[in-house]
Design a protein around this ligand. Structure first.
Ligand code: G5P
Ligand code: MG
Length: 215
């Protein structure tokens, strides 16, 4: 099988991280999340982290040039199949990416905004790894602690209700041109649902034809 160059698109909180996690557990593919990379730089107070922290905490997009350089550098490290989550998010980012790679698959998640707003109130994350929990959906084994490391879980700065609204507005403005760009290339597949389980039921059989299954 040729190496797959894929993207998962969807609004903030639509389940990109959750679904990506299921994809990497079932298929041989590397998950690259732009948000996880930014958050780990912010937590480690790197120069990049200092540059992007005010954008991320207020739910604004980091400038395209910063993101393009970051992701281009990241992608040079991987020869295997990969799945990009959180990038590209604007038409200029999509165009930049398409200059250097042929994207073979774009998974577009569609979840109603009212469902998302509810979910993000109960999200907890393990910042160093990016592992995500949700109270009542995928609870940690011990409340407040990561299942693998036992370290403390935190809530994301940008999950405050006012910031969530900003992020959804930003998504509503920027997403369509990106979706249309990949639709025109014939690689876009849309999966709709109110829960990640409902989406996964349709996505898994589809991916069995596209990706190499884990042994
Ligand atoms: P991110 O990190 O890319 P977003 O805003 O695109 O952030 P986010 O919030 O990470 O996306 P997600 O990954 O789509 O959401 O969703 P998720 O974490 O899997 O699920 C959300 C919650 O719902 C979790 O708690 C999960 O457990 C729960 N959940 C999932 N499914 C279900 C379900 O079926 N039922 C229930 N009850 N719960 C469920 O970007 C962050 C910031 O970084 C910058 C921007 O500032 C951005 O705001 N950034 C960029 N800026 C410019 N360009 C880029 N390319 C950028 N990339 C990042
Ligand atoms: Mg995410």
């Amino acid at each position: 099988m040729n190496h797959v160059r894929s993207i998962i698109l969807g609004a903030p909180g639509s389940g990109k991280g959750t679904i990506s996690d299921r994809i990497i557990k079932n298929f041989v593919i590397k998950h690259i999340s732009s948000g996880d990379i930014l958050r780990s730089n912010i937590a480690n107070k790197t120069d990049l982290g200092k540059t992007v922290s005010s954008y991320v905490s207020s739910g604004m997009l980091v400038p395209d040039e910063v993101m393009n350089t970051l992701i281009q550098n990241e992608l040079t490290q991987y020869k295997e199949s990969w799945l990009l989550d959180g990038y590209p998010r604007t038409l200029p980012q999509a165009q930049k990416l398409a200059e250097s790679v042929d994207i073979t698959l774009v998974i577009n998640l569609v979840v109603p905004f009212n469902v998302i707003i509810d979910r993000l109130k109960s999200r907890w994350i393990h910042e160093p790894s990016g592992r995500v929990y949700n109270i009542g959906f995928n609870d940690p084994k011990v409340p407040g602690l990561d299942d693998i490391t036992n370290e403390k879980l935190v809530q994301r700065e940008d999950d405050k209700p006012a910031v969530v609204q900003n992020r959804l507005n930003t998504y509503a403005t920027n997403a369509n041109p990106v979706i249309e760009f990949f639709k025109a290339k014939g690689v876009l597949e849309t999966f709709q649902g109110e829960s990640s389980n409902e989406i996964w039921k349709k996505l898994y059989p589809f991916l069995c034809h596209k990706l190499e299954k884990r042994a």
